[in-house]
Ligand binder design. Structure first.
Ligand SMILES: [Zn+2]
Length: 294
């Protein structure tokens, strides 16, 4: 929290270029590879929300999943994509939360952007205002332009450049609607924000639907690589950790008299988790609770 505030406060007073140098870099790793494909995962630093972007390298083209919150990390994705020397034929946005779509407008102005119908509509409606507000809040580390999805992805199976992809619509999880992408030949389940890996889960209300979505992922044993929306690639054991975290949140919410008490209990129980600032954001703006009551 202190670190991010320092970074962001410094950032506001500096030029874009100086700011990008000031920010800690995202990590990039090769999450998996088969004969036909490689999947690279970029993860923003833990104090910068640890948002992920996945770059799927197919024989002749690239598919990218999610667009970051802070523009410098989307520029890092762009550098990675350029280094692979193949065209980006689809850029997917998994759901309509700003940390997955406001970052990449400047870095990828010309790629075809895909989302579920609901997500496309949500970004059309709320994206411009959200971008403006975040620019006012964070200054030059927010992209100047928004790339609103222009293509609708229908759920179903598709073969792209010789590789089978399964697209599914998941509802009532961390978001109201989200796109999950499975790549059977790589045993890979791109869950995005249904799963967080060692990053504080973003709590905005009742999490029963989220638990259901997590259990559905856990039940599909053929997928051994889980790609979360926040945090590093993982195996299915991460799902059990997330379910326990949600249980701990419910218990702690019920037993806390103030936001401060709640936050300190969460931090004490999960001292190594990234995304501490996410707790401040959801407590301030999203999670409705009458704290004095209990
Ligand atoms: Zn997110």
């Amino acid at each position: 929290m202190k670190k991010i505030m320092t970074v962001l406060t410094l950032g506001l007073a500096m030029s874009n270029q100086a700011m990008s140098q000031e920010l800690p870099k995202a990590s990039v790793q090769l999450a998996t590879q088969t004969q036909k494909l490689k999947i690279y995962t970029l993860v923003a630093p833990p104090e910068m929300f640890a948002n992920t972007t996945h770059v799927i390298e197919l024989p002749h083209e690239l598919i990218i999943v999610d667009g970051q919150f802070f523009a410098p990390y989307a520029q890092q994705v762009k550098a990675l994509a350029d280094s692979l020397k193949k065209p980006v034929t689809r850029f997917y946005i998994s759901h309509g939360h700003p940390d997955h779509y406001i970052g990449f407008g400047d870095a990828f102005p010309d790629v075809p952007v895909y989302a579920l119908e609901e997500t496309k509509k949500e970004i059309e409606k709320e994206g411009p205002e959200t971008l403006k507000k975040r620019q006012e809040q964070f200054g030059g580390i927010i992209a100047r332009s928004l790339h609103i999805p222009e293509h609708v992805q229908q759920p179903g199976k598709e073969i792209i450049d010789g590789v089978t992809f399964i697209f599914e619509k998941s509802q009532d999880n961390e978001a109201a609607v989200s796109l999950v992408i499975k790549v059977p030949e790589a045993k890979t389940y791109i869950t995005q924000d249904i799963v967080y890996n060692k990053v504080h889960l973003f709590i905005s209300g009742n999490s029963d639907g989220w638990r259901k979505a997590l259990k559905k992922v856990a039940g599909e044993h053929q997928y051994t690589l889980i790609l979360p929306g926040h945090g590093n690639p993982s195996n299915p054991s991460v799902i059990e950790e997330d379910l326990k975290y949600l249980d701990f949140v419910d218990k702690t919410l019920a037993g806390s008299k103030s936001k401060e008490e709640y936050k300190s209990k969460i931090l004490a129980a999960y001292p190594d988790y990234g995304g501490v600032h996410l707790i401040d954001i959801y407590l301030a703006y999203y999670l409705k609770k009458d704290w004095a009551e209990k």
